[in-house]
Design a protein around this ligand. Sequence first.
Ligand code: HEM
Length: 452
Amino acid sequence: MPPKPPARPDRVSLWRYLKLFRQDILSAQPQRLYRAWMAEFRTPFFRSYMCNDPDLVDLVLRQRPDDFPKSNRVGEGLRPLLGNSVFVTNGEVWKRQRRIIDPAFEGGRLRDTFPAMWDAAVAAVDRLAPLASGDPVEIEAQTSHAAADVIFRTLFSIPIEHQVAGEVFQVFREYQRTQPVLNLGAFLPLPGWMPRFHRRRTKQTAKVIRKLITQLTAERMQAIDAGSAPDDLATKIMTTADPVTGDRFDTEEMVDQVAIFFLAGHETSASALAWSLYLLAMYPEWQDRVAAEAAQEIDPKKAYFSTLSKLRITRDVFREALRLYPPVPMMVRQASCPEHFRDRDVPKGSQIVLSPWHLHRHERLWDRPDDFDPARFATENGKACLRSAYMPFSAGQRVCTGAGFAMAEGPIILAMLLRAYRFELVPDRPAMPVAHLTVRGKDGIWLKLTPR
Ligand code: HEM
């Protein structure tokens, strides 16, 4: 079976919960959450409610999203890096930012972005060639590299080998080491007024990253003014005026957005790709099917956007990996008024936790929830769950801006890698998921690869 963290005992003290939490939010949760529609966590300072009932999730994310703004605690650990980015803002500021950003990620635009994704996939295949000797390789580091390359190529038309891009990537790795758990601030039962201290090293690395991104953004602003800017995502976003106010992003506000595109866009895709490869190594018959599809549908000499729609098996494998290992395992919202959920009063200010991790493995919703079966999406149960119990990119107005982008980049990179290499497990290094910034392997994800 695909690896799943062991659940904690049903009842533990708050102190023990905190300790477990510090280690990993996934294994800090009890088994019953895989069957519950709703669960309440009472702490001395606030209450939090996990909602696994698809109707409640729909209410919070789709029907009344403005009544459930993003909890301030979410951006907590990331504030030094993300500033006032679209990931952490709420209300009118957030709406304005999305009006400017969204057009750059629309379906039609994806076609223009695709060649840069393709180039990154070709580069990822080349980069792995010296490692395809059958020795164990930590594959998350490789997929991170590939996903960061995609972001720089699509956003700024530069490859990861570009000096500034490479530096951002390196410093970011250090940042991750100082800032290990994204959601900790959001879930920890500390009162909102208690100041959170960012470690000095976290602040320093965030500053370096922002300085490098500022350099890229300021140069781009000049190129736009000079009429010499390439037609990529950065130019599109920086030249788009808000249809309501007529404003554009200034350099500072664009730096906040670039920081989140880099963070949200590469950590998540890297995690999804690494788990996809791990699952394919566990299930060689599926691996062979993806490789055969890639061999048949991909013309290695040229990028055709139409190839994407032909990679059906690859897409279902990637989807199934996103179900079992949703890169963003939980999301937090705040109730801005008193609510009544499933016969329970939910006081104003409560934290509402939505958990793709639990929803995707819910025992009362999915058939064989912990099995890897990409063919499930063709079944009645799979189709129904896809509509109501599947949200790797969240849902509603605050859905991931990069969802379409990720569903293009993931399958094409996966197919290109499988076309070139065979992936196998390393028997003494099994992977175990743990929630860091995203769902990662506890000690990395190790695989052996050989040329096909
Ligand atoms: C497999 C890849 C990805 C996954 C699973 C993923 C997942 C998510 C999720 C679950 C959220 C909502 C978080 C919340 O509400 O708390 C989100 C938001 C976001 N994502 Fe993604 N994402 C992925 C790739 C990308 C890419 C490639 C980009 C950009 C290039 C991106 C940009 C964003 C942004 C800007 C937001 C904030 C949206 C808002 O709050 O309005 N993501 N993503």
